[in-house]
Write a protein that binds this ligand. Structure first.
Ligand SMILES: C[S@@+](CC[C@H](N)C(=O)[O-])C[C@H]1O[C@@H](n2cnc3c(N)ncnc32)[C@H](O)[C@@H]1O
Length: 204
């Protein structure tokens, strides 16, 4: 277990009253949210709920999954403050079965997992989409190790475009790119960063 995939690490990080990644949604998700069809959305590794609450406010029935009880308690509190409802599920993604063929959207923002679990969760996500449903991902790439603007320091938790594409069988990629962009999203995402962005759709 590395710190960034360790539950006590995340419960500690989320233990304060501040939302450490902010309460605004991830920039990439906000840009592409209109491309998620109406219907239920699953947010994986959702932390304190900024993305889930944003999607719930857009009218989706959202389930947020994370290993951190502290994070999801803050997600529920943010949802209540915004007047939206959210289903929260505390689970290690290793043990979380994504219902197949069910979701209009599955969202993974800065979900950094060890390689074997990453492959398992991405395969479950691909299978979890209903026809026309989309998978949305942004995460740091290995190039981010040269920067000090956020993300795990363990190279095993970082993946690039080629690996991620290969791990999502049967989907059509509408966006699939690596880029450097300013990620200023809370206290731990603090500037120019090397990221990968995916929007991939299950054929209708
Ligand atoms: C950088 S935070 C991102 C949170 C959120 N997606 C966001 O963008 O604000 C990474 C999240 O991944 C979660 N996580 C890491 N490994 C996990 C695992 N094996 N099962 C469930 N959640 C995990 C952590 O608990 C943490 O909430």
């Amino acid at each position: 277990m590395t710190p960034a995939s360790d539950r006590p690490f995340w419960d500690q990080r989320f233990s304060g009253s501040d939302y450490v990644y902010g309460t605004a949604p991830n920039d990439f998700l906000a840009d592409v949210a209109a491309r998620i069809p109406a219907g239920p959305v699953l947010c994986l590794a959702e932390g304190e709920g900024r993305n889930a609450v944003f999607l719930a406010a857009r009218g989706h029935a959202v389930t947020a999954v994370d290993q951190s009880t502290a994070g999801l308690a803050k997600a529920a509190a943010l949802a209540a403050r915004r007047g939206v409802s959210l289903t929260t599920t505390v689970a290690d993604l290793a043990d979380y079965a994504v219902a197949p063929g069910t979701w209009s959207g599955i969202v993974a923002i800065f979900m950094h997992l060890p390689p074997a679990l990453r492959a398992t969760v991405l395969a479950r996500a691909a299978a979890g989409l209903r026809p026309g449903g989309v998978f949305v991902l942004e995460c740091y790439t290995p190039a981010q190790l040269a920067r000090t603007t956020g993300g795990p320091r363990d190279p095993a938790l970082l993946a690039g475009l080629a690996e991620l594409r290969a791990a999502l069988p049967g989907l059509d990629f509408e966006i699939a790119r690596e880029l450097d962009r300013d990620v200023t999203e809370g206290a731990y995402h603090t500037g120019l960063a090397s990221v990968v962005q995916l929007l991939a759709r299950r054929p209708a």
